[in-house]
Ligand binder design. Structure first.
Ligand SMILES: O=P(O)(O)O[C@@H]1[C@@H](OP(=O)(O)O)[C@H](OP(=O)(O)O)[C@H](O)[C@H](OP(=O)(O)O)[C@H]1OP(=O)(O)O
Ligand SMILES: Nc1ncnc2c1ncn2[C@@H]1O[C@H](COP(=O)(O)OP(=O)(O)OP(=O)(O)O)[C@@H](O)[C@H]1O
Length: 424
């Protein structure tokens, strides 16, 4: 970043999660991603720099290796003038959702990550200055644990997302239970995927957002301000899907546009992206591929069909690769926790080993290589325990990542582009 040219007026609030806040440049296709912390949580500038650099290295040497060069954008750490960050923080404060304001943007270190703005990213195949849609999906965990360590019977029947829905509604985080089930999206069966995507469109929560030319047009910024009007969404989408279809509107048109969107997203999700190293990952047996809580599965059950048809995901597609990485969680938290304790005890006894064992990085090639050992035979060593803990951490990243799909009218038929994975 050219320090002297940083002007807060050229940047606007873009979005935030639990750990970071993102601002976008008004003209250029870049975003700045700042860390945020609870008030009074003091971190030194060096710690912040190292944290951000670790995220970049983790993206480069771990996630890219598994998911493919073209699917992951790692960004770079940049140093910004402190006055710019302070002014920017003041400028965007009023736009932040109330529910996220328990944490404050780090204005003291001057470090942030600079990334391409994936909601506006255009590729060379697309004529310049075409409008661009971006669909962001946070699919969550797409399998039911297969580990024999699982003691709760319910965990073998109902997926984590569907169980979590009850907690989230009970605690008031969201108003109603979503019909979305990640196992439907990850099934590879088009009918189930359509159902999953329609359910996400009905009850987006923090799992679906749609941007048009970089602006959020659909999805929840906050539990208290849901924007979920299909008619309005169809109005935005119609020029993308039915450019020459006059001004026809109404419920029929809305349904047609939403159907088209769902079909296009499904096609993109099932299309092959570039090669990652998931071939090297062959996690244990697949768990059950149906979640008993999914309304899709339940309706089939009522019709007397026990298991929905399972098409499986094509091996090259991003959903397949994401699922494989998620499945590095081989033992479930119940099997992992005793191993985590083994590592903890060892480090208490030998704190100086922390660095050598790469507990908190560096996330380099050596770190990545150790992740490829998928054995589940516990030989009682710290090395075994540590590998499982690190695999679990990588799996958790894949369970919480978002897929960003950019769509833009092309010169020829190809209306869609490859999806990107956004990791944190
Ligand atoms: O544990 P989960 O499944 O609830 O996931 C958390 C997410 O909740 P969700 O259920 O998607 O609403 C949670 O998202 P929200 O803050 O609820 O939007 C975060 O993504 C959290 O990640 P981190 O630990 O802050 O980096 C996520 O935590 P991790 O489990 O990834 O650490
Ligand atoms: N490179 C990017 N391009 C465009 N938008 C982005 C980019 N990175 C993040 N965003 C937007 O900012 C939002 C918040 O970012 P992100 O999810 O990384 O925050 P987080 O705090 O790490 O998330 P979590 O709550 O999962 O911990 C995203 O949902 C996405 O809409």
């Amino acid at each position: 970043m050219e320090e002297e040219k940083m002007d807060e007026n050229e940047w606007g609030y873009h979005g935030e999660g639990n750990k970071s806040l993102v601002v976008a440049h008004a003209q250029r296709c870049v975003v700045l991603r700042f860390l945020k912390f609870p008030p009074n949580r003091k971190k030194t500038s060096e710690e912040i720099f190292q944290h951000l650099q670790d995220i970049v290295d983790f993206g480069k040497n771990v996630m890219k290796e598994f998911l493919g060069e073209n699917c992951v954008h790692c960004g770079e750490v940049v140093q910004l003038p402190l006055e710019f960050v302070k002014q920017l923080c003041l400028k965007i404060q009023s736009e932040r959702p109330e529910s996220r304001c328990d944490k404050e943007l780090d204005t003291l270190s001057g470090y942030a990550m600079c990334l391409p703005n994936l909601t506006r990213l255009q590729t060379y195949r697309i004529a310049e200055h075409r409008p661009i849609l971006c669909v962001e999906i946070k699919p969550k965990c797409g399998f039911i644990p297969f580990s024999s360590s699982v003691t709760h019977e319910m965990k073998h029947k109902v997926c984590r997302y569907c169980m979590h829905q009850h907690l989230k509604v009970a605690t008031g985080k969201w108003k109603q239970i979503s019909k979305y089930c990640p196992l439907d999206l990850f099934s590879g069966n088009k009918q189930r995927m359509h159902f999953a995507l329609k359910s996400l469109l009905q009850e987006s929560q923090n799992n679906l957002k749609i941007f048009k030319n970089g602006e959020l047009i659909y999805g929840c910024g906050d539990a208290r301000s849901p924007v979920a009007d299909w008619r309005e969404l169809a109005y935005h989408l119609k020029p993308f899907f039915f450019p020459s279809n006059g001004l026809a509107g109404g419920a029929h048109c809305t349904r047609a546009v939403i159907r088209e969107l769902v079909h296009v997203i499904t096609r993109v999700l099932l299309s092959s992206s570039d090669k990652g190293q998931v071939g090297a990952l062959r996690p244990g047996p697949w768990g059950l591929h149906v979640c008993e809580a999914s309304p899709f599965s339940r309706s089939l059950h009522h019709q007397g069909k026990n298991t929905p048809e399972r098409s499986g995901l094509p091996k090259g597609c991003l959903l397949y690769k994401t699922l494989q990485v998620q499945m590095l969680d081989l033992l479930d938290i119940e099997g992992l926790y005793p191993l985590y304790n083994r590592v903890e005890r060892y480090l208490e006894e030998f704190p100086k080993e922390r660095k050598m064992l790469q507990i908190d990085g560096p996330y380099d090639e050596a770190f990545h290589q150790k992740l490829l050992d998928l054995s589940t035979e516990d030989d009682g060593t710290v090395a075994f325990a540590l590998t499982k803990v690190q695999q679990y951490r990588v799996a958790m990243t894949a369970k919480d990542c978002s897929i960003m799909i950019a769509l833009s009218p092309c010169l020829q038929d190809a209306r869609f582009c490859n999806p990107w994975l956004r990791i944190k």
